[in-house]
Design a protein around this ligand. Sequence first.
Ligand SMILES: NC(=O)c1ccc[n+]([C@@H]2O[C@H](COP(=O)([O-])OP(=O)(O)OC[C@H]3O[C@@H](n4cnc5c(N)ncnc54)[C@H](OP(=O)(O)O)[C@@H]3O)[C@@H](O)[C@H]2O)c1
Length: 314
Amino acid sequence: MQAVILTEYGQPENLELKEVEKPNTNDDQVLIRIKAAGVNPVDTKIRAGTSGMCKKINLPVILGFDVSGIVEAVGKNVKEFNINDEVMGCIGFPGLGKAYAEYTAADPVHLAHKPSNISFEEAAAVPLAGLTAYQTIHDHLQVQPGHRILIQAAAGGVGHLAVQFAKIAGAEVSGTASQKNIPFLKELGVDQAIDYKNSNFEDHVASLDAAMDAMGGEVLYRTIKCVKKGGRVVCLPSSSKDDPVAIKLAEEQGIELVWPLMYPDQKQISQIADFMRQGQLKVRIGQTFPLKQIVQAHKQVESLHTTGKVVILI
Ligand SMILES: NC(=O)c1ccc[n+]([C@@H]2O[C@H](COP(=O)([O-])OP(=O)(O)OC[C@H]3O[C@@H](n4cnc5c(N)ncnc54)[C@H](OP(=O)(O)O)[C@@H]3O)[C@@H](O)[C@H]2O)c1
């Protein structure tokens, strides 16, 4: 099969399309013929060698966690899926997913049935960002009806899904994006769309119940100051984890600050698929690339200005 192989950490050009053996599956796994693979910022950080996950990886490897496709073989202990089922999921996270390929072996616990009303591209775009957004809104921020919350990078992969989960939960949502994405934020249902380049977001929000930061550093510090005592802030980039300035600010402000790591959850991925089946959750595909253009796909994600998600078509 064809797969993208990383033999050395570094530039996007280190990703090479090669012919490799089709993966073997054990009795507890399914073999997926991949139709699309989502590209996430964590993929680019692993490729660059800057992710904490690299410590447990032995090169060469196939990258990619988000996948959609058709089940081609089923291990004898697998009960939930059958041959020819259409599936989606975030596989092997944290660690190694092996989704940038024509086939992959997956544990059923990481998969959901793909809703028939969404495309393979949409199904591959949603799992990792969707689980992160869902866990941010429900587990970490514990958003309740009427809460006033701020979502940073609300047009991004995680942000645009977090906005929708927060609206479903009944929150009043403020979101930041540059001017070109303000109409998109309004389309998502953001109550207050803030152009972060032409104004300071803290001039628009104060005494919030909760906030999601997707940037770290200065943006995180300023975000913390917008949340009221007893409120919560989630900061997604693990590169800023345990930032002492942020921890001190959070203590002074009397807020709970969390750097979560997304965890796979079969019930949640199935619930996310259900939201899509019912038309309550929509994913925006910013750009698609064929597998052979994986280098361009990584460069797009590293631009930090993707609207929605980047997806590889296989
Ligand atoms: N901890 C975890 O488990 C976990 C899970 C998922 C993701 N993450 C991390 O979370 C971060 C965000 O992920 P993502 O997939 O959402 O990224 P993304 O899709 O690449 O985010 C791109 C978005 O960021 C916006 N943006 C850039 N600079 C901004 C700023 N200063 N203020 C507000 N918005 C800004 C851009 O909007 P404009 O183009 O309009 O500027 C763009 O829409 C990444 O660092 C990722 O690694 C962590």
